[in-house]
Design a protein around this ligand. Structure first.
Ligand SMILES: NC(=O)c1ccc[n+]([C@@H]2O[C@H](COP(=O)([O-])OP(=O)(O)OC[C@H]3O[C@@H](n4cnc5c(N)ncnc54)[C@H](OP(=O)(O)O)[C@@H]3O)[C@@H](O)[C@H]2O)c1
Length: 244
């Protein structure tokens, strides 16, 4: 089986202004990507990308919930090999919370409808690439409901099912579809989780090592590996653990 290449590719990374997205941009540049379209939402985000001072990084205004941004990007990008759906939010909201609909809508728009719209928009370009990829950053919370952030779990489960569906529908094409299911790692989003957390750079490197090897489902840290093993043995058992 051939390996998936980063060198010489054009890559779009969403949510690239900090955390795992910013780490992806750096690691993709180190691995020889030709052009990295790095999505930002704010002037601080743009500044963080400009601070990298990397000639092959092209900051692009991209709120994945804003259709006008996606349409503008579609006019700008004429060659694309890889899409990394990374942008994420976490409201720590349960289904019984008063503001559940507001949080659930924002998470579904960010984690499901945004990535779906992006993939739908850029699929024609990806199909033209000799070897393409879609990398969807879900979460171990996509595999079973995580009680303290129920609406987040549900939105990541939607992304997980989209990932599986895309893989099935694109089987036999030149587009490889990878789903990523991390446990907590060291970014602002996971500030509330105690215990050892890997750096986002380490997580990005693991993901791209396994992308090269065409590993379809990636559990990039010990926590997610253990939890997925529990899931394979007993989905009910994992649900009980995540419900505590
Ligand atoms: N950290 C963890 O422990 C962990 C575990 C499992 C999965 N994940 C997933 O990993 C991904 C990266 O998270 P992270 O930990 O790096 O979080 P982070 O440090 O909070 O970064 C999130 C990034 O997403 C961007 N973003 C948020 N909403 C967006 C939108 N509507 N459109 C475009 N960009 C948007 C943010 O931009 P602004 O700076 O402008 O807000 C920021 O650049 C997320 O999908 C997250 O769910 C994280």
């Amino acid at each position: 089986m051939t390996t998936q290449t980063i060198k010489g590719t054009c890559v779009l990374v969403t949510g690239a202004s900090r955390g795992l997205g910013l780490a992806f941009v750096k690691v993709l540049a180190e691995r020889g990507a030709e052009k990295i379209y790095a999505g930002y939402k704010s002037t601080e985000g743009l500044a963080a990308l400009n601070d990298l001072k990397l000639a092959n990084v092209v900051p692009v205004l991209l709120d994945v919930t804003d259709n006008s941004h996606i349409q503008a990007l579609a006019q700008q990008i004429t060659k694309l090999d890889i899409v990394v759906n990374n942008a994420g939010i976490a409201s720590a909201c349960g289904f019984t919370a008063e503001n559940v609909l507001e949080n659930a809508t924002a998470e579904m728009n960010t984690h499901y409808f945004g990535p779906l719209k992006l993939v739908n928009t850029f699929l024609p370009l990806l199909k033209q690439a000799p070897q393409a990829g879609i990398i969807n950053i879900a979460s171990i919370a996509a595999i079973s409901n995580f009680k303290v952030m129920g609406t987040y779990s549900a939105s990541k489960a939607a992304l997980h099912f989209m990932t599986q569906g895309l893989r099935a529908e694109l089987a036999g094409s030149t587009i490889f579809v990878q789903g990523v299911y991390p446990g907590p790692f060291d970014t602002r989003l996971a500030a509330g989780f105690d215990g050892f957390k890997q750096s986002p750079e380490a997580i990005a490197n693991t993901i791209l090592d396994l992308y090269r090897e065409r590993v379809e489902e990636v559990f990039p840290d010990d926590f997610s590996k253990t939890m997925y093993q529990t899931f394979l043995e007993s989905p009910k058992k994992l649900n009980e653990i995540f419900s505590q």
